[in-house]
Design a protein around this ligand. Sequence first.
Ligand code: TYD
Length: 149
Amino acid sequence: MLNEKLNVSILDFGAVGDEKGLLTICEGEQDIPFIPKRVFYIYKSAADAVRGKHANKVTDFVLINVSGHSKVKIMDGKGNEIVYSLNRPNTGIYIPHMVWKEMYDFSADSVLLCLASEHYDPEEYIRDYDEFLEEVKKRDPYENKRTEG
Ligand code: TYD
């Protein structure tokens, strides 16, 4: 576990191969915690672009920079945050639902592969940070009370 509070973890898929080249395998419910219903990839991102900037109410993700590198910042809306460098094609980061994520510092050759646990539904995307904080509070009133004193 990379960060207990954020429930974010680094997944090492390893690689098989020889002098001919390498192959990395990512099996649903084995190498990652879910069977992906959706795959998309982010590429040709401007070096100064910040992508993502949203939280998902139900979808979990695994991000893998299969080419190049980028960074991802993850925030739980309760004061915990982590920045992870995605820079290896055989390493992924598991990002659970209900965390805020921002991807940035993309190299020109960055191809960021995203495996999603759910089909696309714009309704489950929270794109406003204040709305995200409200949703966090709503889901964890006990945590809210503790932090307020
Ligand atoms: P968005 O989530 O804003 O990605 P980014 O921050 O990387 O630019 O998505 C960009 C657009 O693509 C937005 O109009 C929604 C659409 N989209 C889909 O239709 N399906 C998907 O699976 C994803 C991830 C995005």
